[in-house]
Design a protein around this ligand. Structure first.
Ligand SMILES: Cc1ncc(COP(=O)(O)O)c(C=O)c1O
Length: 381
């Protein structure tokens, strides 16, 4: 076969898929590795989707998404996120991952720089590479509560930087950015004429503080692309449905790319999304249960004297510092898997500044988390 493109060759393969595979072979492993809700999709969403499928809603949807859904999303963005958008400024996508890809492909030319959070969601870097852009790591530090340090951000800016990606509530740290942080970011963005991609997939999973969309801040509408999703808040990962909103001109350009890729988000999933927007009680039930698990982990992880962690305020992850154990993130993860069959993810999977940390997910049943902590106590105390 001929050589594959340099584009795909340049993408390092994540080891996460590999480590999750061991679960199938070894049922006694407790996984605190998942980035996916363990809850089933609320029944009313499934029923509504079934009904529409039976009625024959199996055709393509409009490229930009069904008008009823875009209208409902524009309403939601106005009411909940305080971002003033029209339905034309909303593009429905196959999960928010596609929204991130379309944004970056529409904005970035080869050689242009994109500042990404580090530690941060592991897909940002490869997507920037696919666009032949240059990902630049912005170090998020434990001592800053994993919020963005503005001085650090300013140091990275030069004429090649075009886009800054932020993610609040954050994967893998659980940080929820304060309004003051967002205001300072906004000032830097406006002063340097950048754009911001604000990844808000965990917007509804907040336990302390409040989620604020940077797109709602005064004068920011033209500078911000907001990506959101049904995956995490509504336990709908498999429906592959998300959306993006931003300046109309950019959304129009994204549509040109969308027709080359997925044409439209799945029609049945769009029906499910309309129903999901009426299911806030179900979201609240799940959020409460995540919070119960978060409190359990705060208590249990505090007992490990050598482990330090910032109390997460949102999403469903802890990101403890394990460097005092004298092992690298990968060695520590392998140690736990081998000795007590507990699967967690090494922090370096989330960027070079994630080294010395691990990610613990609490998208797993309360009892399983308790059992995992009992097992870890046996080898870490
Ligand atoms: C921060 C963040 N953004 C985006 C995504 C992609 O989610 P989806 O494409 O299912 O909306 C994820 C998934 O884990 C994530 O953690």
């Amino acid at each position: 076969m001929v050589e594959v493109s340099k584009r795909v060759k340049g993408i390092e393969e994540s080891k996460i898929g590999e480590s999750l595979k061991v679960l199938e072979q070894e049922p006694s492993i407790i996984s605190l590795g998942a980035g996916e809700p363990d809850f089933s999709t609320p029944q009313r969403i499934i029923e509504a989707t079934k009904k529409f499928l039976e009625k024959g809603y199996t055709h393509y949807a409009p490229l930009e998404g069904k008008v009823e859904l875009r209208e409902a999303l524009a309403d939601k963005l106005k009411k909940e996120n305080k971002i003033d958008v029209s339905p034309e400024e909303v593009l429905v996508t196959c999960g928010s991952k596609e929204a991130i890809l379309l944004t970056i492909l529409s904005l970035i030319d080869p050689g242009e720089k994109v500042i990404i959070p580090d530690p941060g969601y592991l897909a940002f870097r490869p997507i920037v590479l696919v666009a032949n852009g240059v990902p630049i790591s912005l170090h998020l530090r434990q001592e800053d509560g994993f919020e963005i340090n503005i001085d650090e951000l300013k140091k990275l800016i030069d004429p090649k930087v075009k886009l800054l990606i932020i993610n609040t509530p954050s994967n893998p740290t659980g940080a929820v950015f304060k309004k003051k942080t967002l205001e300072e970011i906004a000032d830097v963005v406006v002063e340097n004429e950048l754009m911001v991609l604000s990844d808000e997939v965990y917007e509804k999973l907040v336990y302390e503080g409040k989620h604020i969309s940077i797109g709602s801040l005064n004068g920011m509408k033209d500078y911000v692309i907001t990506t959101q999703s049904f995956s995490k808040s509504y336990a709908m990962c498999g429906f592959r449905i998300g959306y993006v909103t931003g300046p109309l001109k950019l959304v129009e350009e994204m549509k040109k790319l969308k027709i080359c890729t997925t044409i439209s988000a799945p029609t049945a999933s769009q029906i499910a999304a309309i129903e999901a927007l009426k299911s806030e009680k179900d979201v609240e039930k799940m959020r409460k249960e995540y919070d119960r698990r978060r409190k359990l982990l705060i208590k249990r992880l505090s007992d490990f004297e050598k482990m330090e962690f910032v109390k997460p305020k949102g999403a469903f992850y802890f990101f403890p510092n394990i460097s005092a154990y004298g092992m690298s993130s990968e060695e520590f993860s392998e140690f736990l898997l081998e000795k007590v069959k507990v699967l967690i993810l090494p922090g370096n999977e989330f960027g070079k500044y994630g080294e010395g940390f691990i990610r613990i997910s609490y998208a797993t049943a309360y009892e399983k988390i308790e059992e995992a902590m009992d097992r870890m106590e046996k080898v870490l105390s």
